[in-house]
Design a protein around this ligand. Sequence first.
Ligand code: SAJ
Length: 441
Amino acid sequence: MKKNLIKGDFMKICVLGLGYIGLPTAIMLAIHENEVCGVDINLDIIQMINNGELHIKESGLSDLFEDVVNKGNFKAFSKPKEADAFIIAVPTPIKEDKSFDGSYVIDAVNSLLPYLRKGNIIIIESTIAPRTTEDLIKPLIEECGFNIGKDIYLAHCPERVLPGNIINELINNDRVVGGITKECAVKSADIYKAFVKGEILLTDSKTAEMAKLIENTFRDVNIAFSNEITRVCTELKIDALDVIQMANRHPRVNLLNPGPGVGGHCLAVDPYFIIDKEPKNSRIISIAREINDGMPYFVVENIDKLLKGTANPLIAVLGVSYKGNVDDVRESPAIKVIELLKNKNYKLNIYDPYVKGWSNVSSIKEAILDCDMVLILSDHKQFKKIDAEEIVSLMRSPMIFDTKGIIMKQEIAISNENNTIVNDQKEIKLINWGNLHKYLY
Ligand code: SAJ
């Protein structure tokens, strides 16, 4: 017999969308004794999961997955099944015109309607435009004759975990649960109590939607500010990295790091959901997107200047993913940089130890052989301790353009008294957003 849905109770939960968020969430719910039915439209993913294989790389996930495979309480299917609760974690992309595309969420809701019965909980974890739960999803359920807050409990509980640290953040981050009614929020929150050690904050659905979007937009705007500071400082011949470091020593200033642009499926996408809904008032948000999307062009503009006069330059591109130590290339600025460089007919040795299908060489060593510039575009741990001896002996002219600011002079060693890195009479030019101006003028 099914028990009342209170903390720690066994539940039957259907998770729709088995990607970077849905899959770890489903596994976490199964670890905590729920019977979990995972649903995806991709049959390869279903087959892999049911064969005990993972289709995404995420630290700590495979051990937990092994446990639930042994327990036997998590299986994947192509269609939903009857359950106590449904959690939707499908993608919410932007359309070509940058407007919100909620079609996967709507499809997922429509797909579960035939299995819905009184007392069920529906939680949307996908990031959605403000007011979507109330204006678009609620009517779909009401059209089936259900009363929200009495028959069905509907809430938005945005995912907030950082790729690369998902398991830890699933457990320890605070969660915001926004219900259509208070009862909806309370019932939905109970599901998370099984594994969330952070605080669970209850609110209404539109506040939860907006809070989630603002979290990522805050970061996007902050990074855009640092990228702008970098461009200003490069013109003024001031070390932007020093400036940011100094300013951050003020107790109430916290600038993020400049880079080759902002990627991933979150920061580079979610701000548009706000712009789409309320364009006339979203001015800073729009300009921040423009600045961050402009960074790959700025990177390439500077590569042109740095390699001016070099005959048939060969560039070793290190990193394709949108950030360090992940295999995700969605909206990656590195891909934009690569595309721009290819359009300009630069020869490229591309290497990323995490991402399949992009590398045309199979090691750092092979990438740097005979090249004129090492271009760092992702902050993978493997790139931080690049071997200075190899750089000097293998590169045609040793120049590193570190757009992620990960290489410390002292760590690539062989510094002389003047703090330039030399070996066998060759100097390594280690260029970052702080000293770029010295190599341009
Ligand atoms: N980046 C910089 N400078 C920095 C930090 C990041 O240029 O100082 C770039 C990264 O290289 C990357 C992009 O920003 O291209 C985004 O990376 P990220 O690590 O800031 O964030 P995501 O997209 O991996 O994850 C974010 C997180 N949101 C926040 O930290 C507010 C995560 O908690 C969310 O769950 C996730 O978005 C999401 O799914 O919405």
